[in-house]
Design a protein around this ligand. Sequence first.
Ligand SMILES: [Zn+2]
Length: 525
Amino acid sequence: MPIRRLWADKMELLLGGAAVTALAYHRSSNSKDGRKASRKSGKKVTGKSVKDQALFNHRAIEARGWKQVLRDFVDDDVSASSYSDKERPDYQALLEAIEEGFGDVIVFYELSRQQRDLAVYVQIRDLCMKEGLYFWYVAEELYDLRVRADRLSLNNMAVQGEDFSHKLSADVKRGMYGAALEGKPHGKIRFGYRRLYDPDTGEFLDEVADDVTQNPVDADGNKLEPYTRAAIAHEVFTSLDQGIALNALEENFRRREIVSRNGNYLTRTTLREMALNQAYIGKRSFKGQIIADGVWGGLIEEEVFWSVNARLTDPKRKTTRPGSGKYFASYIGRCDCVRYISVELPREKMGWKVPVYRCPKCGWWIPVDELDSFIESVLIAWLSRDDVFELLDAVYTADSEDIAEARAEVKRLEAEKEKWLRDAAQEEVSAATVARFELDFNQKVKAAEARANVSTMPEPLNRLAGPNAAERWAAIEHMTVKREVLRELGGFTIRAEKYKDNVPLEERIEWGGLLSGNPDAHTHD
Ligand SMILES: [Zn+2]
């Protein structure tokens, strides 16, 4: 026989966490629609609002860290007196559970407004008083039946109902929230997915990878390489993870005539939005917070997703870099006059027959190939060092799964805190209790933030470092990736010297960041 625990007041219950047992009760408010069977499939179609109510109750319990006991109790929309003795409606089962000592609190989605439910309300309330189940959590408010003001509120709610229009809009919101909690998509379909609907009922069934083959043609009608949108969505993430710039990706897709369902090219803005959308790891978000696993599967591995996410949201990173993509060191290396070096194409008059890096201010130049091969040799030597992982670890710690988890944790804690404070304000909790609770919360949030904010080692570095660095370096296809590595390791400054003076590069170049041998100097420019 379960023993009901007696909690001193609402605050103690709110702070009770998993020691609090909860019963969940809601009504099937729309039984006519809810019980209707799909004509063709014969399958019972469950009323949406019932599911929403159940989800809402579960969420309320989960958010407080309480423990639900027994199944959900669902009241049918039939008056209590019309049941025969054989039928045992759930509210009677609920009464039995209360008598048997289950539950410290009952969670109601709402109290019905309808007259015929009043008898049910009174019966449950009186039994609760008798059995010492004093706490009701109704429509997101906690009530203590021993508190006169709380009883009055509940009575009013049961007898008169609340302002109908007000409640309706709240219920619409809950409906949306419920859909979000269930992981159902709403709104625009994401690139790379398509939706399946029940051909009989038109009900949404699933969102799946869009693996329909597309056959693009160019402006002259020539066939281009076929693709599927799911594969392209995948390519977006793997490319960004390899350090390919959004610009370059946009150009690449345009060349291949890859378009959205509406026939639009994927702009860098679209691509960025895609890359930050948690739907691609199968998460459903509501107002920017992950609240549920989507009913659809993720297209992208979480590790890759968060790695890209970190890359795109790093505030220290500039979004555009002039000259990015073509040459290894342009706009990364600086002249010692502080200007970035950039590339100029061959100009006989100026005395160079090959592309050169040049300081636009000081005017000195050096052939691109010459500087590039020197930098590459130094980079490869550095990446092959025995202690390279030690050095990298000094800068990049924690693994990305932990980070993803910690990020979710921060969001969850913040939402919970906000909610708690709102409730506390309504319940006139003492300032000291609020302060204590807030302190406790802030510490938790801080700890999670600390875990979330460690930077991840960018993928190219991770893959390159080690004894096979030279081989792996040679296998890099995209210049943007090489540039990313050079930038990440700290770049360099080069002293202005005339080319004809033949000053060796090792004397002219000063390495930055990790290449300088000082992990603390690790910065993004
Ligand atoms: Zn200069």
